[in-house]
Design a protein around this ligand. Structure first.
Ligand code: PLP
Length: 423
């Protein structure tokens, strides 16, 4: 099946007289006829439902759909993108381990890596994703267990060279984890380019309507965890009946281990109703992504003509972008996010943001409605101007998320707001 068909049909095939829609099984628990039946599901936990902290039929339908779209072996949904990233790293690294990550990543992920995981003894080693393979490889230590990058970085809008990252990771015997939130499986399938694990914040385009926060981890099933670096995968898990993930669950050991250990112990699993809503949104993902990309390219082209007020327009779909070649190679469209740098700095940034009428002010991107954020006066308002470049932004940087409205209306709104900046 092609993507458009998978979006509609994967994960749920109704039988005779079954409901047409994916049923919402809003139940924490499941019933059993006998103690033997319960014992049997504990012996074969991935084949049966035990408790909705780590498995639920409605959620599993969406997991199957997303795994299918990514070309993965299995997927596990989480209550947020942050939870997906945290669990993906914690599935590989224990206290005393490290992982290497691109520094051009979403600020929340950066905080999770540099501050919170550090508190639990896991070290994040930040690298420049545009450095040479040799330079990035030199950052690895004997205790390094993963390499991480974001396919389209939020808000830097840089594009990750996935094949280069995969070569580096595999040369070091560790899996490559790619956050593909901005691309979705419609614009890029990182597994086809060598990624081993894909994570998403489904709160962005997959949901697309600003309804709910969620995340997902997809396991390619292709990484060889028996290379000696990952005893947690190859030795019996005493906390789960002595299972050996690479032996007993060889098809998707990463996701099964994440579900049976981390989801069991941390419980970041979405409710059935959330999965139902996500499934509904996914049905239109292909149509929406095409329109987001088409509108954003037109807006970026218009903004490029405004050199009177703007220093820079960052959109990898623009021929002038330093990431144009990588975008052509890896992406079928550059998403709906465009960032600009206003010449007038912080003041111009706030004037522009406040003057927009159709485009709404939101601490969010990837909504069906166009939205805007000026980080220097909002999320990063405590950071002095001279320190902003160190966190990847400038005083005049504004992030626009182009929605599904008529593009002429969006451009007209931006034009009138720029006129206010002009004074
Ligand atoms: N990854 C990227 C690229 C993001 O943009 C975000 C949120 O903005 C996240 C992860 C975190 O996702 P969530 O907000 O669903 O926890």
């Amino acid at each position: 099946m092609q993507d458009q068909t998978k979006l509609i049909h994967s994960g749920y095939v109704p039988g005779n007289k079954d409901p047409r829609q994916v049923p919402i099984i809003q139940s924490t628990t499941y019933t059993f006829d006998s103690s033997d039946d319960i014992a049997a599901v504990f012996d074969e936990p991935t084949h049966a439902l035990i408790y909705s902290r780590f498995a639920n039929p409605t959620v599993m339908a969406v997991e199957e759909k997303i795994a299918d779209l990514e070309g993965g072996a299995a997927a596990m949904a989480t209550t947020s993108g942050q939870a997906a990233t945290a669990l993906a790293i914690m599935n590989l690294c224990s206290a005393g381990d490290s992982f290497v990550t691109s520094s051009e990543i979403y600020g929340g992920t950066s905080n999770l890596f540099a501050t919170t995981l550090k508190r639990f003894g896991i070290e994040a080693i930040f690298v420049d994703q545009n450095a040479s393979e040799e330079e990035i490889a030199a950052a690895f230590k004997p205790n390094t267990k993963a390499l991480f990058g974001e396919i389209i970085a939020n808000p830097a809008m840089s594009v990750l060279d996935v094949e280069k990252f995969a070569r580096i990771a595999h040369g070091q015997g560790v899996p490559l984890i790619v956050d593909s939130t901005f691309a979705t499986p419609i614009l890029c399938k990182p597994i086809e380019h060598g990624a081993d694990i894909v994570v998403h914040s489904t709160s962005k385009y997959m949901d697309g309507h600003a309804i709910q926060v969620g995340g997902v981890i997809v396991d390619s099933g292709k990484f060889d965890f028996t290379n000696g670096k990952f005893p947690d995968f190859t030795e019996p898990d005493e906390s789960y009946h002595g299972v050996v993930y690479t032996k007993d669950y060889a098809v998707a050991p990463f996701v099964i281990k994440a579900r049976m250990q981390l989801q069991r112990d941390f419980g970041a699993y979405p409710a059935a109703h959330s999965a139902f809503m996500l499934n509904q949104s996914l049905e239109s993902l292909d149509v929406r992504m095409r329109r987001h990309c088409e509108n954003a390219l037109k807006v970026a082209e218009y903004l490029e003509s405004r050199t009177d007020l703007l220093n820079d327009v960052r959109y990898p779909g623009l021929k002038s972008s330093p990431y144009y070649e990588l975008a052509q190679k890896y992406l079928d469209g550059a998403s709906g996010v465009v960032t600009v740098d206003l010449k007038g700095g912080r003041e111009a940034g706030t004037t522009f943001m406040d003057a927009l009428q159709l485009v709404t002010r939101q601490v969010h991107v990837a909504d069906s409605r166009s939205c805007v954020l000026h980080p220097a006066s909002t999320t990063h308002r405590q950071v002095p101007d001279e320190q902003l470049p160190a966190v990847g932004i400038t005083p005049g940087l504004v992030r626009l998320s182009i929605g599904l409205e008529n593009v002429d209306d969006i451009i007209a709104d931006i034009e009138q707001a720029l006129a206010k900046v002009e004074g």
